[in-house]
Design a binder for this molecule. Sequence first.
Ligand SMILES: Cc1cc2nc3c(=O)[nH]c(=O)nc-3n(C[C@H](O)[C@H](O)[C@H](O)COP(=O)(O)OP(=O)(O)OC[C@H]3O[C@@H](n4cnc5c(N)ncnc54)[C@H](O)[C@@H]3O)c2cc1C
Ligand code: SF4
Ligand code: SF4
Ligand code: SF4
Length: 601
Amino acid sequence: MKRFLYLEKKDLGTILNQYRPLLKINDPFVPISSDTSLIFKTGGQRSERPFFINKVAPCRHVCPIGIDIPTAFYLASQGDIDGALRTYLQDNPLPGICGRVCYHPCEMECNRVNFDESINIRSLERFLSDQGHVDITRDVPIHSKKEKIAVIGSGPAGLSAAYHLARLGYRVTIFEAKSELGGMLRYGIPSYRLPRSILDREIERIHSLGIQTQLETTVGKDLSWKELESFDAVFMSLGLQSGKTLFETDGLENDILIGLDFLANPKRWSLEDDTQKTLIIGGGNVAIDVARTLLRLHQGKGTNITVLCPESRDQMPALPEEVKEALEEGINILNGWAPHKLHREDGRLFSLDFCRAEVKIDEESGTMEIIRVGKEIQKHMVDKIIVAIGQRMKSDNLPPGIEIKQGGIVTDRFGRTSLPKFFSGGDAIRGKAFVANAIAGGKMGAFAISCFFEGRDIEIEFQRYQIGDSQIYSFPHFIGGLEKDTIHLKTVVSFDQINTLFFSKNARNNPDKLEPETRKKTFEEVTRSLKQAGMEEEISRCFHCGTCIDCEICLDFCPDISIIKDTKLGIYSFDSDYCKGCGVCSVACPRNVIEMVGETI
Ligand SMILES: Cc1cc2nc3c(=O)[nH]c(=O)nc-3n(C[C@H](O)[C@H](O)[C@H](O)COP(=O)(O)OP(=O)(O)OC[C@H]3O[C@@H](n4cnc5c(N)ncnc54)[C@H](O)[C@@H]3O)c2cc1C
Ligand code: SF4
Ligand code: SF4
Ligand code: SF4
């Protein structure tokens, strides 16, 4: 109905054109009177009134961390790169990392997909975080609260929990088993995808919040869980530290490796000899990272490196872009095969038999079953095998009495475990094993711990700040309250609510990549940053779904000149004397920010 009204304006334009010489107007869309009409208080005709309310963009709704992407892009479009980064940092302590390695579900749900192509949200996150400068300590009450929290593990879940807790004013100490912070960001994901300088920069920023760290301390071994009693709460972000095994290695420990062990220190295993035939078993990110790391150790000579997995190419759990890049670099991937029998000779690894296989995935539970198909067997000569078929939690260092199920710590949806004072998140609770989900787990942990200390009903609190029907809440609203902002966090703007007449189709801007022939010989970062012009073009493509960006289209379209802009506060209201409730502003708004609500008598 409202859209119909708007389309009708085109006919109105045609009619007005006939009178143009008479009226001496150039723009058929601008209402004009030849005399004052102020005496006609048309507001009396109104049965509905416009109501300005920001809503949630679908990209934000599906981002596991709930980042306010349209606001960040709006600030960037005004040249305020620092403001854009500050917006990211409200919810995400690691934008430079997510801007590189996140699986970007935001792009899959971006409304722009239905128009031309999704916005390159991840590349923009990277650009803005690399270019922006923000002193995060400025607005937070560091150490303003007395409660102390121990965070165990410093992967993205632990770093995120520590960051958000510190911003809430709590005193945080991180205990980390390894000699450096970062978890799989440092000891898993290779540097050609995530340079360590970026990780160090983001950790430094988190550190600036007055967080204590105790490295080389495995809780449950070097320090007992009981010794943490002096802390008021514990957040466990232990990750999945053990790679699953496939074969008995006895005596072949240097020939049959675990992918995670290899990636943690690739040079340790003396695999530089490129004449050795190496087989990597697995179809996930770890397998692909192992293959590409080995290729770089071999100075780009990949003829003896093969990845084998039972999944078809489309079923591989590795991110499609990773698989594509590996293939471009010349990695050989054999799909639809599973290892069958290992042969040794003279105490050495000799060959491996493969059999034909396929994988059935249960969509609901996410579990997979490998099924042998037919009788075909192939023998492959092999010098080294690297097994990358998944990870599991180390169960020997857990706090006594904690409930474990299917290899993960049992929690409710807020990360509360079976033990009082103990919370958990990240890979250890066996949800989606991605960086963004781990960050979300840490953010949720901070929320749950805060509610616990302050005796607030967590269900009610979560309802209040929940974004749409997602599993995440808005951190800036949690600390700042909802009162100051005009946003309805529960409503998500869909594509059919966008007025696309105001947008033109443009191709997506993608960053450059190093050429395969160059990149396969080096650990230099493969993907480059967007250039300044590319960033600006990409930002200008964003619809800013549900977010008022001061475009003033509503002002232009109101036939009664009844929209009032408060230039100081940048907010809009309507003149109740003259607004007759026609709804044109609501239909015209490109971003679905104006609702018509019924008048009450
Ligand atoms: C090779 C590889 C590539 C990946 N690529 C991607 C990717 O491209 N994109 C993506 O989104 N995800 C990727 N992931 C997954 C992602 O890295 C994980 O989901 C994420 O790191 C999980 O974070 P976490 O904090 O739960 O655990 P982790 O990152 O595993 O960190 C856990 C930390 O806890 C410490 N710890 C454990 N037990 C104790 C203890 N008892 N006392 C003290 N410290 C302890 C560990 O030393 C570790 O530092 C990849 C993973 C791997 C292994
Ligand atoms: S963290 Fe991931 S999902 Fe969220 S905005 Fe960034 S790229 Fe998108
Ligand atoms: S167009 Fe912009 S605001 Fe809308 S979903 Fe895409 S990135 Fe988000
Ligand atoms: S376009 Fe003007 S008159 Fe019509 S509803 Fe909006 S503010 Fe009121």
